[in-house]
Structure formats: structure tokens, C-alpha cells
Design a protein around this ligand. Sequence first.
Ligand SMILES: Cc1cc2nc3c(=O)[nH]c(=O)nc-3n(C[C@H](O)[C@H](O)[C@H](O)COP(=O)(O)OP(=O)(O)OC[C@H]3O[C@@H](n4cnc5c(N)ncnc54)[C@H](O)[C@@H]3O)c2cc1C
Length: 600
Amino acid sequence: AIYSDPSQLPTGQTYDFIIVGAGAGGSVVANRLSENPSWNILVIEAGRFNEGFQDELIKIPFIASKASPETCFTWNYTTVPQAALNNRKIPFPEGYVLGGGSSINFMVYTRCSKDDYDAFARMAGDDGWSWDRILPYAYKVDPPSPLASIHPLRLQQSENHVPPNDGHNEACEYIPELHGTNGPLLTSLPGFLTEIDDLVLDVTEQDPEFPYNPDYNSGDPIGISWMHSTIGGPLRSSSATAYLMPAVRSRSNIDLLYNAQVTRLIQSGRVGTVPVFRGVEFAHNSSSPRYTVTARKEVILSAGSFGTPHILLLSGIGPKHELAKFNITTIVDNPHVGKNMLDHPVVPLQWTVNSNNTFDPIIRGGEAYDEALREYHATGKGRLAGNGVSNHMGFFRLPNDSPILADGDPSTGKTTPHYEIAFAASGLLLANGFFTTTQPIPQNGSYMSVINVVVTSTSQGSITLASKDPFVLPVIDPKLLDTEFDKQTMIHSVRASQRFAASAPFKDYITGNYTTLITDEDILNHMAQWSTSIKHPFSTARADPDPKNGVVDGKLLVHNVRGLRIVDASVWPIIPAGHPMVPIYVTAERAADVIKAAWP
Ligand SMILES: Cc1cc2nc3c(=O)[nH]c(=O)nc-3n(C[C@H](O)[C@H](O)[C@H](O)COP(=O)(O)OP(=O)(O)OC[C@H]3O[C@@H](n4cnc5c(N)ncnc54)[C@H](O)[C@@H]3O)c2cc1C
């Protein structure tokens, strides 16, 4: 059943599993656990329903960037002043809707590198997270993995690759054998082609610095590939549309309560000296009554890298000295809750271009957009059905002899990139190719942007309490571009973008720099003025077999308590060097198997 207010939940009802948060991780776990008809599941989500009022923002792929920040679909976090960014405070939206981040994000589908998964497995002390073991969760392995005979459920697959919406010939744009076609999550290659696609590909043929990679989802993403998105036909595919709602609508053993924020977990008992946490308290808003419900087996926290540590801290699980400041009794003293936060800094660079593109950008209004919207509604086709970010994406490593690596290489291995560049063409995004989330948008002109991201970022931030009132947002401090490695790698990336734009294929297309950056000092100033977060917070409840070093163990159970597990971005001990939704999807797929095995 679906409930929109805590008061509607049947009184006295208990559940085997209570899942807190219906985002990327939580929706997968809810779907997979409810496959067992003898278990009953409750999902509690703070945010809104994903259908109805203003849902075009989270359905129409092209306008994804209008779904955040400061909309009714977002938690409107703002960071504290960021020292390396001229002390700017950065808006830091997260999904506040069924599907969480997967309902508002830019839909970029990247599995990230083989070495990233192997590092997760090593650091968590559980080989099950390694690339070879986890890959079957991303797509169907043919011939079937030997694991199939050991545990058939291991072949659950998440992906369903579908043809691009414009029907163009996708051969040569990916490696079909690497992609699933039976899973719930729809993915596709670009749904409309842009005027720079051929130019980007020409660079990969002419310039060895930017080689072509036939598919960045192979585990080795280095090079430039066609971009995959979580789009099926004309619509976004989110964890809500792919996993959660199909389960809720077809199975009687799963209840969904949205519009209900979990305010804390409640200790429900003890095993010896170890506290058991199977109680959950929640409320519609700060002035409404609080309700509680208890799990028979487990509470699974999937509230994301901010929500999960926030709930743990409010429940007395966290650094003792910090909890004391808010008169919260410490039940488990764990200094890592809310710490070790990793994130990806981003800065765009733009060029003016010689474009025939007549598509009026949305932000400036215009008839062409209205016409595209009419076409979209009438046929499900056209520009608005495609991802508005980019059609290609490149992942690169610093040269082995780069002085930036003199103090060591923070990447997880040779398949892991240090930085990413993506290319936005005229006619894309909200301002005719002018990508930014911080700069003022020029009122006219056509642009190409290259988006630079440090993906092996080393700056460590935190989320801490601002109040013991659960409805007061916590303090977010990502410490963006704090380390010399991150700053120098971003400079390197910007220089690589400049070389890319200066390459022969772009000679007649690019007409000039929008911003002229010559010295390292110029680039540093540009970063300080315009960098922001790409909104990939990770590691705030990281996995480590040693309770002194992490929050959860290799099976994602919270250390030193019983009945409590975490399945979301917060448990990864490193940040995947790409866009992180797929690592979370497959983590949650495997976590569901781990949970099933724990309760035979
Ligand atoms: C603007 C933006 C663009 C992005 N673009 C991309 C992209 O293109 N590709 C990509 O791979 N990744 C992208 N990401 C990142 C990706 O979406 C996230 O990494 C991913 O969704 C995190 O999954 P999660 O399960 O950890 O948390 P979430 O998906 O954030 O889910 C957490 C859920 O818990 C709920 N919740 C939180 N607190 C509570 C509480 N107290 N009580 C009840 N419910 C609660 C939230 O409302 C939310 O629904 C983007 C993110 C953002 C914000």
C-alpha cells in the first residue's frame, strides 16, 4: 500500500525490514527484499511522490538541470564557506522525492573503474565487492558466471539497454556484450545527435592524448566514449520508476510511506552489552506528531551520504564529543560518522562557436523550445527526449611522470582516471551550450563548454549536526579543492580541455575563448570564482572491517550495534572515479543478496 502521511500507517503493524530512504540504494533493496513473499517491507521516504505536480522536471530528460537546486524535489542544503572557492557557500541539492538523486540527477550512466571496485573490496575486507564478483549485478554475463550455480540470485541484473530514442544506428557507439537487456533500469545512448559529435570523434583519431574508448563501461573507462544515460525512450529511468514503484504496485508485502522524515532510530533492546536498533521514529514535519515502528529483522538506512549520518548522529551513534554539544546521549561512540566525506569538484570552460544551431535555449525562452516541447508531447521524440548534458565523455589519467604524482598516486589503479572532461555542444543545456551552475548566463550567442571534474579527489569534508532538531539541516563542509592534488589536477584538466579545443577538427567551429586563461594563476582564480560540487558526496559512513576505522563492516552492518545496516553512497570507503549512481545500484543489488543470505 502507499501512504502519504504517517497517520495513515496501520497501528501496531510490524515489518521484517524497514528501509529508510527511497533513493538509488533504498529502492533497489526494497524491490529485491520484497521478492520474498514471506517478508513484509516498509519504505519510509521524507520527500515527495515522483508523479503529479511538476513531474515534467523529473521526467523529461533534457530539462533535468532545472530539477535542482531549490525546487520542491530537493533537500536545499548549502555548504559552509569554502576556503578554496573565495569563501563561497555552495548550494548542494540532494533528491527529496521517490528515487532520491536518481530522480533529479543528470542521468549519466558510468560504472566507473574495475580498480575502484577492487579497492572497495580490499578496504571493506569483503571480496564480494570486487569487480569480477559484482559485475553480474550490473548486466547479464553470457556465458553465465560460475557463481550462478553457487547462488542463482547473484545473476540478478539491473540494466536494460534500449535503442536510442531517435532510432539512429548505434553500432560502433558501444559494446553490446557489456550491457544487459533484461534488467529494470533503462539505459540508452544519445537520443539526438549534435553538431560537435563528429568533431569530437575526429579528435580521437588525430590526437593520441584523447584516444577513443569503444565503451567506458567495460571497467577500463580511460579515453573518450559515447555517453550512456539512464533514459528509456523519451523518459528518465530512475530507481523509483525502475525498482520501487513496480514492486509497490505489484506486491502486497511492501508498504511505502512518503512525506515522512525519519527523525531518529530507537534502541529496541540489547544483546549482552550490544545495543539493538530496530526502532524507527518519524514525522511529517517538525510540528506534527512523531510515530514509531519496529523491524523484526533489520532497519536499513539508505538516506544517502547526508541523510544517513544525520540520522545516526540524532540517534546517539557518532563522535561522543560532538553529540555532547547537543545533549544527545552517546550510545555508540564512533568518530567516523559524518567524517571522511569525499566529493567531486567541477569547473566548466566555454568557447564561442560558429554554429548554425537555431534552437533557442530554455533559459532565454524562445519559440523553438516551445515547439520542441510540443513535439515531445505529440511524438515522444526530439531534442527534449535526450540528455541535455553531452553526447561524449572522456576519462583520463595524469601522465606517469607528472609532478602532481610526486607524493603518490591517490587513484585506485591503472584503470582509474584522475580527471574527466565532457563536451556540451551548442543547442544543449540551458543556454545554447553554455554550461554552468555558477556563472551568469550570457543573453545571446552560441557556445561549446568543456566540463572538467577531478574524479580521484582527495579533499575530505564532513557533515555535522547544526541542532538536535532533526528538521534543522546539518552543516555540510565538502572542503572542495582543499588539497594541492585536487587543485593541480584541476589545472591539468583545464589545460587538457584547452588543448582539446585547440585541436585541428575544431579550427573552423570555435571562434574564441569566452574566458581567457593563460597562467596557472588565471586558472586558479577561475576555479576559485566558478568551481562548485558536481554533487557526488560519498564515504560519510564508510566500510572498514575494523570498528576503529569505519562505521560499517564488509556486510554493511553498523559496527557495535545489532539490527542496523547501511546501503547507500555513504558506505563506499573511496569515491568512485566517475558518476556514482551505477556503483550504488550494483552495491544495493549485492547488498540485497547479502541480506537474503543473512536471513535464510
Ligand atoms: C544534481 C545532481 C546531479 C547528479 N548527476 C548524476 C549523474 O548524472 N550520474 C550519476 O551517476 N550520479 C549523479 N548524481 C549522484 C547520484 O544521483 C547520487 O550519488 C545517488 O542518487 C546517491 O544514491 P543514495 O542511495 O546514496 O542516496 P539518494 O539517491 O540521495 O537517496 C536518499 C534518499 O533518502 C531520503 N532521505 C534522506 N533523509 C531521510 C530521512 N531522514 N527520512 C526519510 N528519508 C530520508 C532522501 O529524500 C532520498 O530520497 C547527481 C546528483 C545530483 C544531486
